[in-house]
Each structure stands twice: as C-alpha cells, then as structure tokens.
Design a protein around this ligand. Structure first.
Ligand SMILES: NC(=O)c1ccc[n+]([C@@H]2O[C@H](COP(=O)([O-])OP(=O)(O)OC[C@H]3O[C@@H](n4cnc5c(N)ncnc54)[C@H](O)[C@@H]3O)[C@@H](O)[C@H]2O)c1
Length: 359
C-alpha cells in the first residue's frame, strides 16, 4: 500500500527561466519571494510604482535589477516570465503589455474584479499563445494537495460532501485597497476555498450564498459568508466563514472535511493559526479500503503561505517546459470566478444562481 501522499509542489526540471515581478507589496515580500528562494527560482528583476519598495526587496533578496516602470520591465529581453502581484484593477493593462512582448505570465488572484475583465485577460493571452496562469495557490497547500491524492486513489469512494469552516479574526482594513470595495470576503478570501473545492470535487451546478457585515466594521464589503454549492447528483459543499472572531486565538479554527461513501478526510489549514507565522497543516483520514477503523495521521510539511506559491509558479514553468496548458491556467480560473460572481448574484437576489448564468 502506497501511503506517500505526494503533496509537495512539483518543480520544473529547468529552474533557470528568468522571472520579473510587478509589485513589491506584502504578498511578494511574505510569500512569492520566500517561496521562490526555497524552490531555487531565478528572479532577475522587480518594479513597483513606489520605487523604494522595489529597491528594498531587491536588496533583501539579491534581485539584480529594479525597473523604473512596467514598460522598462517588459522591454527587458532577458525576462521570460512576468509575475504580477498588484490589485486586480491594474492587472489588464499590465497583462496587455506583457503578452504583447511574448512573455509568459502568472496573474494575481482575483483575475478580474468583473467576469468581463477576467475574460478579456483570457482572450488577450490566448490571442498571442503565451502560457498564462493564476496565482490561485491553495491547490498546492499541503492539506488540499494531499486530499487530492487520496481522492484520486479512490480512498473516499463516491464523494458526498465537503465542508470548509473558518472562524478567525482578519483585519481586512489593514489593506487600504480592501477597505472601499463592496465585494470583500468571497472575492479576496473564500475564492481560494472555492478553487480548492472545485479542484477536488469538480465544478458545481449552482451556488446559494449569503454575506453579512459585522457591527461597526471598517471595511465596506461582507466579512461573514455562508456558501452552499450543489453539484450534479448528491454531492454538496459548504463554506462557512467568519472573520470577526473577537475571542483570543485559542478559539480560532480553520478546518476542512471531505467525505465519501468509503472514507473521510479532515484537517486544519495551518496558515490561519498562530498568525502571522502560521503552522503546518494537519490531516487525518479514514478509508474502508485501507483499514475499517484506523485513522491515518500523516505529518504534513509546509503551509499554504508561502510554500504553495512554489506550486503556482512551478506549474506555469512546467507548462512552458512541456509546452502544454498549466492546470491553473487563466481559462481554468474563469470557472472559479463564475463561482465567485454566482455567489454575489445569489446574495443580491437571495436565490440559487446557476454558474451558466455568469457569462
Ligand atoms: N494569492 C494570494 O493568496 C494572495 C494573497 C494576498 C494578496 N494577493 C493579491 O496580491 C495583490 C497585492 O496584494 P498585497 O497584499 O501585496 O498588496 P500591497 O498593497 O501590500 O502591495 C501592492 C503593491 O503593488 C504596487 N502597485 C500597485 N499598482 C501598481 C502598478 N500598476 N504598477 C506597479 N506597482 C503597482 C503598490 O505600490 C504596492 O507596493 C492583490 O491583488 C491581492 O489580492 C494574493
């Protein structure tokens, strides 16, 4: 019996492809660059509209070039892959100039603030034939990646339900660009859970969602959500998120559970514990096929942040190497965005929304 859950991100054979980064903010500092260092990826340059931020990260991570602008970055013929890490509203114009120069691109999530914007990005990328992926990295979080292996081996039997539950405190107001937007929790957080659920269960038929605010909250958008997903047949999933837990961290939880006719996987999403350091994911599973009454408890190494960022960039690099579409392609991400926008339409109209309604 092979109990190796094969969950570590797969890296390309050739790690020397030259990467340049647009944006030198928190996520690049705390996740992209630490992950790329672990993976041995080759970052040759960085730019930010606040030049000092790019200079500081260049110094910290020994990045040879700081570009004055996105135009300078794109004009550098050395650069093969551009990694975008700025807010979604700036993304289309950056993608346009990157792909016009024939460079491959890793877009940031959310791919677009509207479905039309995301489709526009997909069309621009496919028109020039570059490889284009999205940094929707939870698929490579250890707990989710290990669960994928368990599902693929058939150890859960026929899948019946999935539950992702989060009850923590997240200071969304800490990010200025998140304060004013009307679509907050699903667009910027639960989008990851939707993508992970879709990765494991397939794409749902419809979504029924509710979003709420918390008394006195600073941000405009919803910070509590309940999202019900119906799949063909009897399969169902639920995301239940509260980012306003006022109790101390000992009360916080971030759990997942995937169930089938022959097995159960349950675990914790370690990145949301012991904030901001996080901790390793945990996972245990029971499968009638392996043993009738024994819970396996493999020790997982790594976290959603930053380790899973090796997975998104690694998959794009492997797709370039193997001349195929990346599994996290921009086109694939449209289905995750259909889930996001279906959830918002559902909240607005208080009804189940079929994904086919989002076009
Ligand atoms: N994949 C994930 O899990 C994940 C996690 C956190 C944030 N994000 C996304 O990453 C993006 C950035 O988030 P952050 O937390 O780093 O924000 P941030 O505000 O800390 O950093 C953004 C940086 O981009 C720079 N910038 C903005 N527009 C620019 C432009 N047109 N050209 C060059 N530089 C520009 C800003 O000066 C800033 O330094 C957001 O879209 C966010 O949704 C993704």
């Amino acid at each position: 019996m092979d109990l190796d859950l094969n969950y570590q991100p797969k890296l390309p054979r050739d790690k020397s492809k030259k990467i340049a980064i647009v944006g030198a903010g928190e996520i690049v500092r705390e996740a992209h660059l630490p992950a790329y260092k672990m993976a041995g990826f080759h970052v040759v340059g960085i730019t930010d509209s606040v030049q000092l931020r790019a200079e500081q990260l260049a110094e910290r991570y020994a990045i040879p070039k700081v570009y004055q602008s996105v135009e300078d970055l794109v004009a550098d013929t050395d650069v093969e892959i551009v990694d975008i890490a700025v807010g979604a509203s700036s993304q289309p114009s950056i993608v346009e100039s990157v792909v016009a120069a024939g460079k491959h691109v890793l877009c940031q999530k959310p791919l677009g603030e509207t479905y039309a914007m995301a489709k526009h990005i997909v069309n621009m990328c496919s028109a020039v034939g570059v490889k284009a992926a999205v940094n929707q990295q939870m698929r490579w979080a250890p707990g989710i990646a290990a669960t994928r292996t368990i599902v693929e081996r058939g150890w859960l039997g026929q899948l019946t339900q999935a539950t992702i539950q989060v009850n923590v405190h997240t200071a969304f107001e800490h990010w200025p660009f998140l304060r004013q937007i009307d679509t907050l929790e699903v667009m910027y957080h639960s989008i990851h859970y939707m993508d992970a659920i879709r990765y494991l269960l397939g794409t749902p038929e419809y979504i029924y969602a509710d979003g709420a605010r918390y008394p006195g909250q600073v941000s405009h958008g919803e910070t509590r959500t309940m999202i019900h997903m119906k799949f063909p047949g009897e399969l169902r999933a639920l995301i239940h998120d509260n980012h306003n837990n006022w109790a101390d961290e000992s009360d916080w939880y971030a759990t997942f559970r995937f169930e089938g006719t022959d097995g159960i996987v349950k675990g914790t999403n370690g990145a949301l514990y012991n904030y901001p350091q996080g901790q390793e994911d945990t996972l245990s599973f029971l499968s009638k096929e392996l043993h009738p009454d024994f819970w396996f408890r493999p020790i997982l190494k790594g976290k959603w942040f930053p380790h899973a960022f090796m997975g998104t960039m690694g998959e794009l690099m492997r797709a370039v190497e193997e001349n195929r579409e990346p599994s996290n392609s921009v086109a694939d991400n449209l289905k995750t965005l259909q889930m996001v926008f279906a959830a918002y339409l559902s909240m607005d109209e208080n009804r189940p929304v079929w994904l086919s309604e989002i076009q």
